[in-house]
Design a protein around this ligand. Structure first.
Ligand code: PGA
Length: 250
């Protein structure tokens, strides 16, 4: 059984004060819900305050990136050891990291290896652009992203992996991918390469999320799909609406 998983990606939003206000408002309502793993991936500056707030909570804390070294001269980066001081999750390979900060399939692989070797739970993002989608390249692009991201990742570490399918054209646009279509893409471009790399038994335990304009009003349609186990939520995770999404998953 794959436990539903909902992660909020706060991106570059919220000061510490705003973060604490949101947590105070939504934490009690999320705590009432069971059967779902919920995580906030917050800006570095909010990690300490959010982790402190959630220290006796079942809600997890994570970052939106993590470096492949545990320390070193890497200005602006965060190491897996530093993440672990506050939380146990890290998003890796978000399309905004890929398009604005030069993240590649290879660097995603390096970050993933480091995250898993340091016992973090990695939320690995894959997804196609509008152009790739319109030119029938979705399966090819995502399969390649998957194969490179998981190079040298052993079967034994897959239990700490969550994958998010995020079509780039659906992120922050309000143009959510059709749930049936998202399920099909996950099945053929994410689960199929996982089965090829790791075998059916291991692959079927990996949780796969959908991300891209998930809202309180449409979340349930995704969670009803057999291959979708939850959501990676941007905009709607910044407001109380996030509770509705966690409730739909629970
Ligand atoms: P969105 O972002 O929910 O605002 O579309 C999703 C994401 O970037 O993870």
């Amino acid at each position: 059984m794959r436990k539903p998983f909902v992660a909020g990606n706060w991106k570059m939003y919220k000061t510490v004060r705003e973060a604490v206000e949101l947590i105070d408002e939504i934490q009690p309502k999320i705590e009432e819900l069971s059967g779902v793993e919920t995580v906030f991936c917050v800006p570095f500056t909010c990690l300490s305050a959010v982790a402190e707030k959630l220290k006796n909570s079942k809600i997890g804390v994570g970052t939106q990136n993590v470096h492949w070294e545990t320390q070193g001269a890497f200005t602006g980066e965060i190491s897996p050891l530093m993440v672990k001081e506050f939380g146990k999750y890290a998003i890796i390979g978000h399309s905004e990291r890929r398009s604005f900060f030069g993240e590649t399939d290879e660097s995603v692989n390096m970050r993933l290896q480091a995250a898993l070797n340091n016992d973090l739970v990695a939320i690995v993002c894959v997804g196609e652009s509008l152009d790739q989608n319109e030119n029938g390249k979705t399966e090819e692009v995502i399969t390649r992203q998957m194969k490179i991201a998981f190079t040298n990742i052993p079967k034994s570490q897959l239990k700490n992996v969550v994958i998010a399918y995020e079509p780039i054209w659906a992120i922050g646009t309000g143009l959510a991918c059709d749930p049936l279509k998202a399920n099909e893409i996950i099945k053929y471009s994410i689960r199929k390469p996982l089965i090829e790399m790791y075998g059916e038994d291991v692959a079927k335990e990996v949780r796969v999320l959908y991300g891209g304009s998930v809202k309180g009003s449409n979340a349930k349609e995704y969670f009803l799909q057999p291959d979708i186990d939850g959501a990676l939520v941007g905009g709607a995770s910044l407001k109380p609406e996030f509770i509705e999404i966690v409730r739909a998953a629970a």
